[in-house]
Design a protein around this ligand. Structure first.
Ligand SMILES: [Zn+2]
Length: 318
């Protein structure tokens, strides 16, 4: 019998990616299409189903080879009932995505948070391949996360497991409001949004910095300035790295993973960022909880989500 294959769908704010993976997490074929989130939930569903069908049709594999389908979506999900509770960029709140996709595609479907899916992808065939327990931080507009322990994704009671961006690590006196309603979340300092906000603050305060001359500041501008020796920019990146390392120190005494993986847009900064995170982790973590623990960059890049979504499908079908 031919090997079972798994179809992953990474449903993002602007694009949907569909990909076919084998049982080892190798991405065999992938296509992309528009989300058109502004057109409503039904349109998103149609586009996801269309993207999935096109992926299979354009590949050398038939639908009968696909054992199950997995879909990763940004936001909070009820993974048990397969319903999206809240999505920051997509009008999917309350939408029974799992059952509607299953109906449209005629396959069993699993849904999950996109960051959890990405963690599963990295653990399966990315930077965490061969590692039993690893934790992924996705640093982008926000901070997402996912925890894999002994090969199992830890989603928790209602799917809130691995929401690492909402660990309250910033002391009250420095804490600002997070999009989630709390104050002092990791996301407020260690995301692209947080870094840009701190940079604007430095410029407004009149700190001496080359960033004052940059229009439409991005996190990359701040990294570039820090690398070039700009003191204010360097302090901002150091702060983002400090709270990341601090949050990892907390995770280290809860799940004691072998590996922390850093993915998302900010991981483009590479060793410049990661070395600072390692230093902060070394300072903050209990000595025995950091023994032999690695902190590395993600390996799958933009494919982590689609591979991980296929991983959600594999979990369902095996
Ligand atoms: Zn928060």
């Amino acid at each position: 019998m031919a090997e079972k294959l798994y179809l992953g769908l990474d449903i993002g704010g602007t694009a949907i990616k569909a990909g076919i993976c084998d049982g080892e997490g190798r991405l065999l074929h992938a296509v992309e299409g528009p989300t058109e989130g502004g057109e409503g939930a039904e349109r998103i569903l149609q586009n996801a189903a269309r993207c999935a069908r096109r992926c299979v049709e354009e590949s050398q594999y038939g639908w009968d080879r696909i054992a199950a389908v997995g879909a990763g979506v940004p936001g909070f999900l009820d993974a048990v009932r397969g319903i999206v509770k809240f999505s920051p960029n997509l009008p999917l709140a309350g939408f029974p995505l799992r059952d509607r996709l299953a109906e449209a595609l005629g396959k069993p479907v699993a849904v999950g948070n996109d960051a959890n899916a990405a963690a599963l992808g990295e653990a399966w065939s990315g930077a965490g391949r061969g590692v039993a327990s690893c934790v992924l931080y996705t640093l982008g507009t926000g901070v997402g996360g996912g925890i894999v322990v002994n090969g199992q994704l830890i989603e928790g009671f209602t799917g809130m497991g691995g929401e690492l961006g909402h660990m309250k690590v910033v002391p009250d006196l420095e804490a600002i409001q997070c999009g989630c309603g709390q104050k002092g979340c990791l996301e407020t300092v260690s995301s692209a949004t947080g870094i840009v906000r701190m940079a604007r603050g430095a410029v407004e305060r009149g700190d001496r910095t080359s960033l004052a001359l940059v229009e439409n500041l991005t996190a990359k501008d701040v990294f570039d300035a820090a690398k070039a020796g700009d003191e204010a920019a360097r302090r901002i990146i150091e702060r983002a790295a400090l709270y990341l390392g601090k949050s990892m120190a907390l995770v280290a005494v809860i799940v004691n993973p072998e590996l922390f993986i850093i993915g998302g847009g900010l991981s483009q900064a590479g060793e410049f960022l990661i070395e600072q995170v390692r230093e902060a982790f070394r300072k903050c973590a209990l000595e025995r909880a950091q023994e032999g623990v690695g902190i590395v960059a993600a390996a799958l890049g933009n494919n982590a989500g689609v591979v991980g979504a296929a991983g959600l499908a594999r979990r369902l079908a095996s």
